[in-house]
Design a protein around this ligand. Sequence first.
Ligand code: 13P
Length: 321
Amino acid sequence: MKTQDLESIARKLVAAGKGILAADESSGTIEKRFKSISVPSTEENRRAYREILFTTAGAGEFISGVILFDETIRQKARDGRTFVEALEQQGIIPGIKVDKGAKPMANFPGEKVTEGLDGLRERLAEYRQLGARFAKWRAVIAISDNIPTRDLVPIVEPEVLMDGAHTIERHFEVTQQTLESVFHALYAHRAVLEEMLLKPNMVLSGKECPQQASVQEVAEATVRCMKRVVPAAVPGLVFLSGGQTDQQATEHLNAMNQLPSLPWQLSFSYGRALQAPVLKAWKGEPANVAAAQQAFHHRALCNSKARFGKYTEDMETAKAA
Ligand code: 13P
């Protein structure tokens, strides 16, 4: 692809008021999500659920791109259109998860390594031919007193987990170290910064930490950390939600976008924080499809407002009324 095309796709993905829906749950992860609403993870249920997300009327106003999973990029809507076509008709750019998941790393207890380099070249060519225009690679970094060890080279979606009892200061430190490694590696591989997006975690208190940072503290720590290590040439940061509630993820993004002098677009690429209310409304019942689409539309709208720092909590109650 011409350089210009890649840069223009990167910029479209972080267009004003828009962000990314991560709908690339692997078979194991979607099974876990479905279990929470007692729906069996059959291929048809997975297809029907993704159809709800991808055909929500008006979603293209708030959602710039969707990250698909290998199975999903090959599936179709009930009316016969491929999901890729259905998304394109909403003005949404299809993307694809290209890694094969995080596996336990030999000799490094508690740490994981992302698999999927074998065959990557061929998979990339096939995905592009199937219609994908961007790709995601995820690495996970777990925190405890003695990990992470210092010889990991995480790339592109380096997710420093919020699981654990660590403080926000420790999460800041590990996030900074991780992103330093990421940008060293990107430089060594001659990645063109204008053509990439970074999908980072926000800097948060560990889920089990007794001291939970406020929304303002999270926003300021995250932006301070990113400013130290992410070059301004990167067009945008598309945050993952990482286990925050849907409302927290929106509030944090909103507070960050109210801060002065941001060198990049600050956007979202949420999985759980966009989908949790959709699953809850759907429960696997065809009769609930409209309510599920309404829930998705509402969450996408709230995050779109947060892109401008214009989200307010009363938007949540306004929907309930
Ligand atoms: P969450 O927003 O649920 O963390 O998912 C984002 C993602 O793409 C994980 O790889």
